[in-house]
Design a protein around this ligand. Structure first.
Ligand code: HEM
Length: 416
């Protein structure tokens, strides 16, 4: 386990050891990182990783403070004015850099509001088709007696949801498989996992562009229509890029929540069924508790625009230097014992539940309302339809190696 010293207020690592590797360990230990976080947090909410040259923030309090502090930004170039970006711009590189997740200021606020307003307006209308989709997928699983929680449920369900929100067709199973591949590649690269193929980013762009172009002059009652009407975006490419951002950010995260969250319910499936059947508010609390425990986006990154003194807790203050990278572990903050009693347990009655699974501050997830509906609808359908569900011992689960947003890619279950 890493024993990481906090950096001294003079800006230098305060300990004798060199090559501390909190971030590297965090990335490597991504299937079971919590002992590492607990040890880090005991020393300080904010630790410096000398090897990766970044700060790692593990305390709930400091995660919120930094995410809400305008001196910390998502666009690295704002914090490092001398930073050079490749002069060779392509659609694929723009598709990564220009999505609002890496933009700060007025434009980001405008696009955020367009997504928030449109999704809030459409949230109720999404309920009935999503319920029908979740019920059909659960009934198919019951009829077959076995299913892949990811491939036969989480993927088709979340594809349906994000397609409805944006206003694009889900397509045939082959088209759906291609869109899944392309949007996963785009989300991988966006999250800093650079093992994906750039051509998939272009292919996702081509798919979205076709649907943006088809609306030329015809208002549509969906998110593409809202971007064209009120997004104040630069040109067609910009509309395509913001739609791609929503498609990937909205699909991959919700898929991971279901793929990694439902297995946590299997040991006491019967009790969860009973609880959700008899106590209407239990489902809402369960959604929040799974968001907290799974935390689909494990961490987000910010850059300091100037030197900032940050309270590290009992270990004292630290100074984050201008241009330095700060990795905010949402997953660690969601298991911070000072914010949550029994932080590692799944508690049906946890309330309040101030998790930061959707982030915090100006970049806070604008899709949270739709995500909550999706997760509730999916859980309800599975709990209502499947009297019994257990992992298939003959087919072990498979895991996506992306250390930030990767989750199960297959989780085969037997059901009855
Ligand atoms: C369980 C599901 C979801 C989780 C856990 C999640 C998590 C997050 C987090 C943590 C951020 C903040 C990133 C940052 O601060 O750098 C974010 C941003 C974003 N999310 Fe979600 N999200 C989910 C579902 C959705 C859905 C359903 C949509 C849309 C349909 C969506 C669209 C977006 C967009 C567009 C952003 C960028 C916002 C900005 O940078 O201003 N997300 N999400």
């Amino acid at each position: 386990m890493t024993d990481l010293p906090p950096r001294a207020a003079d800006g230098h690592a305060s300990a004798s050891g060199t090559g501390e590797i909190a971030f590297k360990r965090l990335v490597e230990a991504y299937q079971d990182p919590h002992r590492l976080y607990d040890a880090l947090r005991e020393r300080s909410q904010v630790s410096f990783d000398a090897a990766a040259r970044c700060w790692v923030v593990t305390g709930q309090d400091q995660v919120r403070r930094i995410l809400g502090d305008p001196r910390f930004v998502s666009d690295a170039a704002l914090a490092m004015p001398g930073m050079r970006r490749s002069p060779r711009r392509t659609f694929a590189s723009d598709a990564i850099q220009k999505q609002i997740i890496f933009v700060d200021g007025e434009k980001q606020g405008r696009v955020q509001r367009a997504v928030l307003t449109e999704l809030a307006r459409r949230a109720d209308a999404l309920g009935p088709p999503l319920k029908a989709c979740a019920a059909a997928l659960s009934e198919q699983a019951l009829a077959r007696g076995s299913f892949d929680l990811v491939g036969d449920f989480a993927v088709p369900f979340t594809m349906q949801a994000v397609s409805l929100a944006l206003g694009v067709p889900v397509g045939t199973p082959e088209e759906m498989a291609r869109l899944e591949r392309w949007s996963t590649a785009y989300a991988d690269i966006t999250s800093g996992y650079l093992h994906a193929r750039m051509e998939h980013v272009v292919q996702l762009g081509d798919f979205i562009r076709m649907h943006v172009a088809a609306r030329a002059g015809t208002p549509s009652d969906d998110l593409i229509g809202a971007f064209l009407r009120d997004g104040g975006l630069d040109d067609e490419d910009d509309v395509v890029i913001q739609c791609m951002g929503v498609y990937a950010a909205g699909r991959v995260t919700t898929q991971k929540l279901l793929a990694n969250g439902v297995p946590l319910l299997l040991p006491e499936w019967d009790s969860w069924r009973e609880l959700v059947r008899t106590t209407p508010s239990a489902l809402r609390r369960l959604v929040e508790e799974l968001l907290r425990l799974v935390t689909p986006t494990r961490y987000v990154v910010r850059y300091a625009m100037e030197d900032v003194e940050v309270a590290g807790g009992s270990a004292g203050d630290v100074r984050v230097g201008r241009g330095e990278r700060v990795v905010l572990s949402l997953e660690a903050a969601n298991r911070d014992g000072s914010a949550f009693a029994s932080p590692h347990s799944l508690k049906a009655d946890r309330q309040p539940n101030p998790h930061v699974a959707f982030g915090f501050g100006p970049h806070r997830c604008p899709g949270a309302s739709v995500a909550r509906i999706e997760i509730a609808v999916a859980l309800q359908a599975l709990l209502e339809t499947l009297p019994e569900i257990r992992p298939d011992p003959s087919q072990p689960p498979a895991w996506d190696p992306n250390p930030n947003i990767g989750g199960y890619t297959s989780y085969r279950c037997l059901c009855g």
